[in-house]
Write a protein that binds this ligand. Structure first.
Ligand SMILES: [Zn+2]
Length: 150
C-alpha cells in the first residue's frame, strides 16, 4: 500500500459476480485498488487488524504457500480454482509469519481460514494485498466479489 489512503464505505461497493468471496471479514479500509500507482498495482489492498483471519475465496487447491515471497509479497498463499469452467487464481500477501495453515497441494474450501493478516514483505501497515488471476492474468478483483460480508 502507499501512503495515500481514503476511507471507503464498504456497503457502497457494488456487488460483482459474487463468484469469489471476500478474503476478510474485518476490513477497516481499502487503500490502493487495482491499477493504482500508475497502473503498477495489480491487486487490492484491504486493511485489517494484525492477525485477523484470512479466508479462502473459493474452493480450490493451494499452489503456493511460503514465507519467502518474491516481489515484496512476504508470507503469501496462492490458490487455484475452476469457476464456471474458467481457471481462476487468488493470492493473499503480507500474512503474518507463522500463521499459514495450508501448504501447497492442499485442498481448501471457500471460507476456510488460511492465515492471519500481517505486514510482511513490502508493507507499511497490516493488510492483505489480494490478487485475482483469470487464466493466469491479473485482473481487478472487485467485479468478482459479492457484497462485503458474503
Ligand atoms: Zn497491494
Amino acid at each position: 500500500m502507499s501512503g495515500g489512503s481514503v476511507t471507503v464505505d464498504l456497503a457502497s461497493i457494488p456487488a460483482g459476480s459474487g463468484a469469489i468471496g471476500w478474503p476478510l471479514r474485518s476490513i477497516s479500509n481499502i487503500s490502493d485498488r487495482f491499477g493504482a500507482r500508475g497502473g503498477s498495482h495489480k491487486g487490492v489492498d484491504m486493511l485489517a487488524p494484525a492477525m485477523s483471519p484470512v479466508y479462502a475465496s473459493a474452493d480450490g487447491v493451494v499452489s503456493q504457500s511460503t514465507e519467502g515471497g518474491s516481489g515484496g509479497y512476504g508470507a503469501y498463499i496462492r490458490i487455484e480454482h475452476v469457476i464456471d469452467g474458467v481457471r481462476v487464481s487468488t493470492l493473499y500477501a503480507h500474512l503474518s509469519y507463522g500463521t499459514r495453515t495450508v501448504e501447497a497441494g492442499q485442498t481448501v474450501s471457500r471460507g476456510q481460514v488460511i492465515g492471519g493478516v500481517g505486514r510482511t514483505g513490502y508493507a507499511t501497515a497490516n493488510h492483505v494485498h489480494f490478487e485475482v488471476f483469470v487464466n493466469n492474468a491479473k485482473v481487478d478483483p472487485m467485479p468478482h466479489l459479492g457484497p462485503y460480508g458474503t
